[in-house]
Design a binder for this molecule. Structure first.
Ligand code: PLP
Length: 302
């Protein structure tokens, strides 16, 4: 199946999309990225991109942090992305990776006096965490909160350290703490605890990435299940006593957590609230729920 890229203002087959070894962002992490999913609805033979505009709004706010002035509007980027995915003709779940970056082939740690550019590519991607129930561990790596939690490529080295530490120790995913010791997020997911009749999730002020899936889950929980979400500091010990815990992310969707630090979450089975949210979310991303159809952008014209 062909995978395509958009690079230097041209659509090219993915294997032809190359950048030079001196490109500034490859050395100093001076890039902003997004992860967007297209979800294949096989009954309708349609690929739906989930919350496309919201992803590009977040990319643009990261661009402001890195002083990246792109010659595109959010609307241009959305249109370009639909075109890119349509070119691929992929008929399965896909992942789209856009990157805005310091594109000059110039050495030197800085943000100024550098050119900016944008590329994106699409490829087939099934499950991210290859499990129905994730086993997690609290990481020894804490993320820096000084830098704003935009999706800056340079920030993800901490997440990579945490993820590999967890996998090396036999777990599926890492849970990172803030420098102050509060529970923050997974290496690529936000976290929710079910405590009594409420959802609890770390607040933006703890420096987490404000996930688009996190936002969708908070809205679905409130509108469809009447469950409120409390955004507050979460202590590590609460992870061992919650009724249910799950992670959310574009790549990981809604993934139940069965175990943390070798302690079962409740009985270790998928909790009732988690299961309901998983089902709701699954229908919404496949555009099966009319109420949320404006979150889904169809790729193929028929
Ligand atoms: C560190 C981190 N937290 C949370 C998320 C979840 O965000 P979203 O739901 O927008 O994919 C991601 C994924 O992008 C992430 O990298």
């Amino acid at each position: 199946m062909p995978s395509y890229a958009y690079l230097k203002k041209k659509f090219v087959p993915l294997e032809e999309a190359k950048i030079g070894v001196m490109t500034n962002f490859a050395h100093y992490g001076t890039g902003v990225f997004e992860g967007i999913r297209g979800n294949w609805n096989k009954d309708r033979k349609q690929l739906y991109i989930f919350r496309l505009k919201e992803h590009y709004d977040r990319l643009m706010s990261g661009c402001r942090v890195l002083n990246i002035d792109l010659p595109y509007t959010v609307d241009d980027l959305c249109k370009l992305t639909v075109k890119l995915v349509a070119k691929s003709q992929l008929k399965e779940d896909v992942y789209i990776r856009p990157v805005a970056y310091k594109s000059s082939e110039a050495m030197g740690v800085r943000l100024h006096n550098l050119e900016n550019d944008f590329f994106a590519f699409v490829f087939p991607w099934g499950r991210y965490l290859d499990t129905d129930r994730a086993r997690c561990s609290v990481s020894s790596w804490r993320f820096p909160t000084e830098v704003p939690r935009a999706k800056l490529t340079g920030l993800y080295v901490t997440n990579a350290l945490a993820k590999s530490e967890a996998v090396g120790n036999g777990f599926d995913e890492a849970i990172m703490l803030t420098p102050g010791g509060y529970v923050a997020e997974g290496s690529g997911e936000n976290l929710f605890l079910v405590i009594g009749d409420k959802l609890v999730t770390p607040p933006a002020s703890d420096g987490i990435l404000i996930g688009i899936t996190r936002d969708a889950i908070m809205k679905l929980a409130k509108n469809e299940l009447g469950i409120e979400t409390v955004e507050r500091h979460v202590n590590r010990l609460e992870l061992y006593n919650a009724d249910e815990i799950f992670m959310t992310g574009t790549a990981a969707h809604v993934t139940p957590i069965s175990e943390i630090d070798r302690r079962k979450v409740a009985d270790g089975e998928i909790g009732k609230v988690t299961a309901k949210l998983q089902k709701l979310y699954h229908d919404v991303i496949l555009c099966k729920n009319k109420k949320y159809s404006d979150w889904c952008t169809p790729v193929y014209t028929k």
